[in-house]
Design a binder for this molecule. Sequence first.
Ligand SMILES: C[S@@+](CC[C@H](N)C(=O)[O-])C[C@H]1O[C@@H](n2cnc3c(N)ncnc32)[C@H](O)[C@@H]1O
Length: 266
Amino acid sequence: MKLYEKSDTNIWSDSYIGKKMLGAHLDVESDAASRKADVINATINWILHPYDFPKTAIDLGCGPGLYTTKFSSRGWQVLGVDINKYSVEHANQESIARKLSAQHIEGSYLSPLNVGTFDLATCIYCDFGALVADDQQLFLRNVRMLLNKDGVLVLDVFGKGVSDTKTEGRYWNSEAAGNFWCNQPCYVLSECVHFHESHVWGEKHIIIPKSGKPFSTVIWTHYFTTDKITALLEKFGFEVLEINTDIVKKSDFISSDVIFVRARKI
Ligand SMILES: C[S@@+](CC[C@H](N)C(=O)[O-])C[C@H]1O[C@@H](n2cnc3c(N)ncnc32)[C@H](O)[C@@H]1O
């Protein structure tokens, strides 16, 4: 595997895997794709603690609206954006069913969104570190355009402890029909590589269905120090106001070494 090699399938927007992702988000027993309810509540409480009254927010990579609906029920005007149309549909249904004002649209935070500006932008579950380095820069430029003067970005990234949960190597599995990747029996060839200099792990899966075309996915997991994420945010026009490393106390999916950052647009 090469550093920042491209996937030929986007695991978030693929019509089959995207539905499986929605299922993973909604599994309350697991931290996979979305964190469990107690951590989500702690995250919301921390994000909102500096505010005396509700404002406007955009949640980038909102998934099925686990955060947007909570912002909304606390009086915030909130828009969720996600590339997974199944998650967006679910989030909007949930918002309507609960008589909330939260809205959700399908879109990519790597493209200009033209949805106005907000007091707060959030991107939760270490999505920022799943972006290749060029896309991290694109993301930060887009977020600046989505924020009002003095608007605030909250995001979380993995610390170096995520490396303790990963092992380099190659392996393969035989999967039955209806598995996570594909609706028919398949082989999955996997490779996990640590690119030490770039502080990123790459996990590549080549899925070979019983019939049909093989395809690949590559998942990047960057890890940061507080100095490194601070320097990156400063380079792109943000001032770090607050760091919190205590919100994710344990995770049964990836690591609990998670750094939350609150940064103001300058
Ligand atoms: C790990 S999940 C976290 C979802 C949500 N923040 C949560 O914690 O419940 C990452 C989310 O980002 C979305 N996503 C990935 N790339 C995206 C992009 N370029 N633009 C918008 N959303 C994206 C995925 O569809 C997925 O819902």
